[in-house]
Design a protein around this ligand. Structure first.
Ligand SMILES: Cc1cc2nc3c(=O)[nH]c(=O)nc-3n(C[C@H](O)[C@H](O)[C@H](O)COP(=O)(O)OP(=O)(O)OC[C@H]3O[C@@H](n4cnc5c(N)ncnc54)[C@H](O)[C@@H]3O)c2cc1C
Length: 404
């Protein structure tokens, strides 16, 4: 008899878990996925490319409906889980149906943080998280539409780029003194700002939003220094919050996210969490690679193998055509680290490697990112780099040529 396994969330982590499980133990579990979004799981990372008109919206499904059917997965999408009863081993959905489980996985992702200012709920204020948000933005933004994007992180920049490409007049505003301040050092961020401006996007740094102005819909953004910018649409991309409320209501331990141990187990027996809703060793990841790594470890464990999850390395790639940016690990470098830098400002190339002892622990690449995955692998595996340290900054080709 197959054990009933319920996954809450039809996003990237939930889909990856199904894939990993079906590869390892097809038939061992009777899997049901309950997903709030009204379509098959899709590649959320590609939403930026959909917004920019570079990938059609109907081409980003992770798996076809046949794939799910052939693996016997019951998909309940367009429905949300509203409650979990850990003692009775049962979930309840918004439409009233209940599902029993032997094992339960939270893969509920996160949601955008709303701006804590007056006017944040006005019509015309949108976020950037799902297919519905992209449809709203695409409908609203045409030639000459005035758009203010609040938030100069990865998502804000990608939204600004997509909307500028659609012909909108875009201003990107950021609270900090450099774009992508959580992924890039100062020099890389300065190059990025230049490249973003070259795409026709106005960039305002150190701009703290005071309120959004409008009667029936948003009309302008007012900043704390008194400046005001007119806006037909305001895109808010200031961070994410894990969807952990249902777990908390079921008395499962939650801090920022649903707390999991190295086995991906929550505080409740046979209940697990993966992806952006989970908090592991105090970290809530906001990227897809950690979600995939967690899904893979959980699939192994659900098949009875004794593996652990030790955490992931954060690595980021910006998806703006012609702007190549990559950062991974400890890219700033603190006490006990050394930085090796290669820069050619005229060519717009900047490379910084952070080394601790004999290991590479962080990297920032701007302009030329062909070696990104190689550096990432060195950071992830932690293999000693001392015997090729002199050439490390020049990339894999030279290191391998010298070793041959
Ligand atoms: C525009 C954009 C660009 C991105 N670009 C990158 C990138 O370049 N690189 C990168 O690594 N990451 C990127 N990300 C982040 C990446 O998409 C996420 O890290 C990844 O999707 C996390 O997977 P997840 O399954 O945890 O969450 P999600 O993919 O968000 O899936 C969670 C799902 O659970 C559903 N859900 C929530 N609550 C319930 C409930 N109660 N009942 C039923 N269903 C529920 C949600 O509706 C959602 O469908 C990007 C994100 C966005 C929005």
């Amino acid at each position: 008899m197959s054990e009933p396994l319920v996954i809450i969330g039809n996003g990237m982590a939930g889909a990856r878990l199904c894939e990993e499980l079906s590869r390892r133990a097809l038939g061992r579990y009777a899997i049901a996925v309950v997903g709030q979004e009204p379509q098959l799981a899709y590649n959320r990372v590609l939403l930026s490319s959909v917004l920019a008109g570079e990938v059609p919206a109907n081409e980003i499904a992770l798996k076809s409906s046949g794939w799910w059917r052939d693996r016997g997965v019951t998909l309940c999408y367009g429905d949300a889980v509203t409650a979990v009863d850990v003692a009775k081993r049962m979930v309840t959905c918004a439409d009233g149906r209940t599902l029993e489980f032997a094992k339960l996985v939270f893969a509920t992702g996160s949601r955008p943080i709303r701006l804590p200012v007056t006017g944040a709920d006005l019509p015309g204020v949108v976020t950037f998280r799902d297919m519905a948000d992209v449809a709203t933005m695409s409908r609203a933004a045409g030639r000459g539409t005035r758009v203010v994007v609040i938030g100069g992180g990865l998502l804000g920049i990608e939204a600004a780029y997509g909307l500028a490409k659609a012909g909108a007049a875009v201003t990107l505003v950021h609270l900090m003194d450099r774009l992508m301040d959580r992924q890039l050092d100062r020099r890389a961020a300065a190059l990025l700002k230049r490249a973003v401006e070259a795409k026709g996007i106005a960039v305002m740094l150190e701009a703290a939003t005071a309120r959004l102005i409008g009667d029936d819909r948003v009309e302008a953004v007012e900043f704390k220094d008194g400046r005001t910018i007119a806006a037909d649409i305001v895109v808010v991309a200031v961070g994410i919050k894990p969807n952990a409320e249902i777990a908390a209501a079921a008395s499962i331990a939650v801090k920022r996210g649903i707390v999991i141990d190295d086995h991906l187990s929550t505080s409740a027996a046979d209940v697990f969490a993966i992806g952006e809703c989970a908090e592991h060793r105090g970290v809530c990841y906001g990227l897809v690679q950690p979600a995939n790594e967690q899904a893979s470890v959980l699939a192994e464990r659900l098949c009875g193998r004794e593996v652990r999850y030790d955490g992931s390395v954060n690595a980021t790639n910006l998806k703006v055509s012609g702007v190549h940016v990559f950062s991974a690990g400890d890219f700033l470098g603190g006490a006990g680290t050394e930085s090796v830098v290669l820069a050619d400002p005229a060519l717009g190339i900047y490379r910084k490697l952070v080394i601790a002892g004999d290991r590479l622990v962080g990297a920032v690449l701007y302009g030329d990112t062909v070696d990104a995955l190689w550096y990432l692998e060195l950071i992830r595996t932690g293999i000693p780099v001392e015997h090729f340290r002199e050439t490390l900054i020049f990339g894999r080709a030279l290191v391998e040529r010298q070793a041959a």
